[in-house]
Ligand binder design. Structure first.
Ligand code: NAP
Length: 432
């Protein structure tokens, strides 16, 4: 019997489990281990609460979870409760699918002032991740600056700008719903260090911003390059730029103006004990399309600054780490024979949820290549012995199903669920 441990129960973890089942058939036992008592990682804690159709993919992961060859081991932290060396001694292969849950630092003076947060924290807060449930960002009447021109920046702007009614059908957690539905930002500014043609925003997500009840979207026409230069863009990008061109046309300002400010980079955050202003420098495109400062600076009001500039994988003791790229040091997913990584922990935080699927299949093939035969290791029996010896209480998939039912039962009217946001409440629900 071949034993595989997958660390992380998000899309990368479940696609890898599915691929290993296809690769090894009944001759494999797979443990999917997560530090939280609840599965599905990014689907639960990253995907926006008003994008329920994207979350539906969790049903596919559930089918994998309920097969005989796979089990979920929740509330077990690898690197703390159990070391990588111990896992490697118990399993034929250990696959790190831990994602990229930490913010890349903004890296400018003043970025440690209260009022400066990263998107992992803000998204984690409105999605009820236990690490960020206490964030309570100050929003009402505030000038909010979002740094970055990717889809995460769009998620943050849209969630901040929505009215109470527009959260209908979402699973936004109660603490965030209460705050957001009773607060109205004075302004939201989305900063791009490059221009409209360089955004990393997809048209569907960008288009949503233009249909909000109380928010109007504004682009300075002077930031837009000549329309004929869009011809070289690939079709999706051309659509996104076209939307920005529509936003640049004259239209009335609504209660929450969302302004795109292109060709500016952050220089420093200023304020008396908390963020009040962001000093920015004008930029232009360099010869290779990079952002180059012009030396001209000015400041904009910024009570809350959310940097949406990408994520980093959290290091695990004894696993080689690429500091510069913010992910595990690996070659095509192989860290060393027996130890692998997939998804954002392998590639960095890019691509859609579906991008993780080929990743998982590739790693299953690598495992088969590296170890044509199982080595007769203990697998889950050995892990269970360690868990028992250390007095740890894990959460199984059946336990999660009880949490799931409890969350659905306590949902606000019209909402699919009300998540538990404290680990102890999740555990209590799992015990019925
Ligand atoms: P992203 O797509 O890589 O965008 C990051 C943005 O931050 C870029 O505009 C980048 O600009 C900018 N940036 C990086 N460093 C910066 C700095 N120091 N100062 C100012 N700006 C900086 O990352 P993301 O938005 O975090 O999204 C991660 C992945 O998840 C993406 O693949 C995204 O499409 C996906 N996602 C999808 C959805 C959806 O489909 N609904 C929702 C959320 C996320 P440069 O281009 O100049 O580097």
């Amino acid at each position: 019997m071949r034993h595989i441990a997958i660390i992380g129960s998000g899309p990368a973890g479940y696609y890898t489990a599915e691929a290993c089942q296809k690769q090894f058939g009944d001759d494999v036992r797979i443990d999917i281990i997560d530090r939280l008592p609840v599965p599905f990682g990014l689907i639960r804690s990253g995907v926006a609460p008003d994008h329920q159709s994207i979350k539906a993919v969790a049903r596919r992961y559930e089918q994998v979870a309920l097969t005989d060859t796979v089990r979920f081991v929740g509330k077990l932290s690898i690197g703390q409760d159990v070391s990588i060396a111990e896992l490697l001694s118990l399993y034929d292969a250990v696959v790190l699918a831990t994602g990229a849950p930490s913010d890349r630092p903004l890296g400018v003076p003043g970025d440690d002032l209260p009022g400066v947060i990263g998107s992992a924290a803000f998204v984690g807060w409105y999605n009820g991740h236990p690490d960020f449930a206490a964030l309570a960002p100050d929003i009402d009447g505030r000038d909010i600056v979002i740094i970055g021109n990717g889809n995460v920046a769009l998620d943050c702007a849209r969630i901040l700008a929505k009215s109470a009614d527009e959260f209908a059908g979402s699973d936004i957690v109660e603490h965030a719903y209460q705050r957001l539905s009773t607060a109205q930002p004075r302004s939201i500014t989305i900063l791009g260090r490059r221009g409209p043609q360089q955004i990393a925003m997809t048209p569907k997500e960008l288009g949503e911003l233009g249909h909000l009840a109380r928010a109007s979207v504004h682009v300075d026409p002077a930031d837009l390059p000549p329309p004929e230069s869009d011809a070289v863009l690939e079709p999706g990008q051309r659509k996104s730029v076209n939307l920005l061109r529509e936003f640049a046309q004259d239209h009335p300002e609504k209660a929450v103006p969302i302004r795109f400010d292109f060709f500016v980079k952050s220089v420093r955050v200023e304020g008396d004990g908390k963020a009040e202003r962001l000093v920015i420098e004008d930029t232009q495109l360099g010869a290779n399309g990079e952002s180059v400062g012009t030396g001209a600076t000015h400041s904009i009001p910024a009570d809350l600054i959310i940097s949406c500039i990408g994520y980093r994988t959290s290091p695990i003791p004894d696993v080689p780490y690429d500091e510069q790229r913010g992910r595990f040091a690996n070659e095509e997913g192989r860290i060393r024979p027996g130890l692998y990584c997939v998804g954002w922990a392998r590639r960095g935080p890019t691509g859609t949820i579906g991008t993780n699927k080929p990743d998982g299949f590739m790693i299953a093939e690598e495992i088969a290549k590296d170890q044509p035969e199982a080595a007769g290791k203990q697998g889950r029996a050995g892990l269970d012995a360690l868990i028992e010896a250390r007095g740890l209480a894990i959460v199984t998939f059946r336990d999660w199903q009880k949490i799931d039912i409890a969350e659905v039962e306590r949902a606000r009217s019209g909402a699919p669920r009300e998540k538990f946001v404290r680990v102890e409440d999740m555990v209590a629900a799992s015990r019925g």
